[in-house]
Write a protein that binds this ligand. Sequence first.
Ligand code: NZQ
Ligand code: ZN
Length: 385
Amino acid sequence: MLNFEFSNPTKIIFGKGQIKKIKREIATNHKVLLMYGGGSIKKNGVYAQVMDALSEHQIVEFSGVEPNPSIETLTKAIALVKEEKVDYILAVGGGSVIDGAKFVAAAVPFDGDPWDILAKGAKVRSALPISCILTLPATGTESNGNSVVTKRSTQEKLPFASPLVYPKTAILDPEVTFSLPERQVANGVVDAFVHTMEQYLTYDVNAPVQERFAESLLCTLIQEGPKALSNPTDYDVRANIMWAATMALNGLIGVGVPQDWATHAIGHEITALHGLDHAQTLAIVLPSLMHHKRDTKANKIAQYGRRVWGINDASDDVVIEQAIAKTAEFFETMGVPTKLAGYGIGPEAVDGLIAQLIKHNLTAIGEHKDITPEVARAILDDAAA
Ligand code: NZQ
Ligand code: ZN
């Protein structure tokens, strides 16, 4: 196992009817920015629950954070925070709203152009405190220090990470996910699945704790994902998906092991240029990446095939082939197409995507830093149709 340090400071409050507990998590002397998205929280009752819980707090609202949050929108939130002298942010929504809140929290005290935090890796030295109420299990952002922000004017989608932007408290009530459209349910399951794979499907460092944890998340998502589509109000199904998605990217399964993240890096470029949902891009890239990296990932893909898919009594080669096919089939079963063509994007798009990777210095990615632009091109060419 590799050396590591691990700290996850986010307090999780999980379960039915727990949103009201936000009241005791934020001191009443704070002036709170309530950030949310396009209004789903007003339709499903979450907004009313939050306003009820925070009736003794001073609240300023900022709505309209869009999927794949943009710096153009978030700049307005930054100005509002400064103008209103807000000193706490409560994000209520999916990954986009929470990521947006993290960026605003870091940008307010930042000296200089906040885009540098993403484009130049400028260090975040302080941030406003954040808490969140999660409405879409997918990204793990509710208890990690990561955020991804898009600059629409230049079609760039870039991540940053800082221990200062972990939410203080995250409330996870699975009932609020009943109102998710099927597409977002599926996106969430695929995203959490791929997060687990990016930390699992690398090479052996003798870390069975992390591997078995990862396999339990993969098996849970495979079992529960389709049930959430067929029976959307099954609380236990939603609860297990929600907890799996948090566990997939709260740092735990990634400690002490090599990590890949090439699927995400390539996927972000597809979203930036073509506007696909985050998880849709991952469903396109991962099966093809597994195919192209089947030699360096052979042991892990075979282990995954046997332990997660139960493919036995076959040679490694056959198990690997079937495990890759099963992975794509699972995404398709969830209703997420695994080829660019499934989203109306032709093979000519690959050139532009490779140019973006080069522009962002993503020319040596993956756990062995061997996914060069040429390899990425092969992965995308095969993912075309
Ligand atoms: O905006 P509203 O009206 O709230 O609607 C949202 C949005 O349209 C809707 N929604 C959310 N909860 C709902 C709901 N609709 C009905 N009922 C509910 N309970 O769902 C739509 C999508 O929301 P969004 O927040 O964009 O989805 P997701 O949670 O998948 O977040 C995606 C973003 O997170 C980033 C992605 O790149 C993307 O920008 N990621 C963040 C990560 C992190 N910080 O660790 C890791 C991930 O790999 C990912 O990159
Ligand atoms: Zn993701």
